[in-house]
Write a protein that binds this ligand. Structure first.
Ligand SMILES: CC(C)(COP(=O)(O)OP(=O)(O)OC[C@H]1O[C@@H](n2cnc3c(N)ncnc32)[C@H](O)[C@@H]1OP(=O)(O)O)[C@@H](O)C(=O)NCCC(=O)NCCS
Length: 239
């Protein structure tokens, strides 16, 4: 199956490293306004991750639509202030929803025709470490008590964290909604939404765990009641 086919029931997740793409390719694919946008990140590595995400998004979409990456129409209007730093969206006529995430050595782009999508990757700088204070803010009391009793609380916490953040990126809320108001399945169980304060029924949401490699955790969420298959692909196929 060609990497550039996006099948109806699938969610494609493309993976890149922030140093995978030459500056020449990045700058040729990402319009100047988006290059300036990446400049709002203060750290050089954050800028590189954001720029690589913009490249990967445009290049993966272009592989489907046949456009040139630099000509893909993207709207990033922020729902709060109207500036171009919100969730990326393609014109409705394309019929593809997208999401971007970057952390550590990984940049992810998710694409699907199934419904609104959110992807999240987190990096564990100290793999065995469990940040209890952070976990209290992100987990519900029930989730926290299960994680605390686990053999590897740090890893289990991150497994739940990426599920929740992927969900909130799919809805577009992002961190505007406290993650502790969402309940997801325990880390050892298949990923699923258990409860949240939104009108969307939990059976109209699909969650999947992704494989970003060592010291990273990642998940993807799609607002759909349909069966979903996830296909993870390396950006090398787009170079
Ligand atoms: C979306 C959000 C959760 C991402 O947080 P993060 O863990 O730091 O970053 P990630 O790497 O996972 O995702 C970043 C990407 O999410 C996308 N994004 C931004 N806002 C988004 C939203 N509301 N919903 C979904 N995706 C969003 C962008 O593509 C961004 O990448 P880019 O800036 O390089 O283009 C966070 O930025 C957020 O909560 N934003 C909404 C609240 C806000 O900041 N409002 C602005 C008030 S003016």
């Amino acid at each position: 199956m060609a990497a550039d086919q996006l099948l109806d029931g699938e969610c494609q997740v493309w993976w890149a490293r922030p140093d995978q793409v030459s500056d020449d390719l990045l700058l040729a694919a990402v319009p100047e306004a988006e290059q300036r946008r990446a400049g709002r990140y203060r750290q050089r590595l954050d800028r590189q991750r954001s720029l690589t995400g913009a490249w990967l998004l445009r290049t993966a979409v272009a592989a489907i639509t046949g456009d040139r990456p630099s000509e893909v129409l993207l709207d990033r209007t922020c729902a709060d202030c109207g500036q171009q730093h919100g969730r990326p969206r393609l014109p409705a006529s394309v019929g593809v929803e997208v999401s971007v995430s970057h952390a550590g050595d990984r940049v992810a782009v998710a694409l699907t025709r199934l419904g609104e999508v959110g992807v999240d990757v987190e990096f564990a700088p100290l793999p065995g470490h469990f940040d209890h204070e952070l976990a209290e803010n992100i987990l519900s009391p029930r989730e926290l008590s299960i994680v605390e009793r686990s053999g590897d609380p740090g890893a289990d916490f991150r497994r739940l964290w990426v599920r929740k953040e992927a969900l909130l990126k799919a809805t577009g809320h992002g961190l505007r909604m406290p993650m502790s108001r969402i309940e997801v399945s325990p880390a050892a169980d298949p990923p699923a939404l258990v409860a949240w304060p939104l009108d969307i029924p939990v059976d109209q949401v699909r969650l999947a765990t992704l494989d970003p490699g060592p010291r990273h955790h990642a998940a993807v969420a799609v607002l759909t009641g349909a069966t979903m298959t996830v296909r993870e692909l390396d950006a090398a196929l787009l170079l």
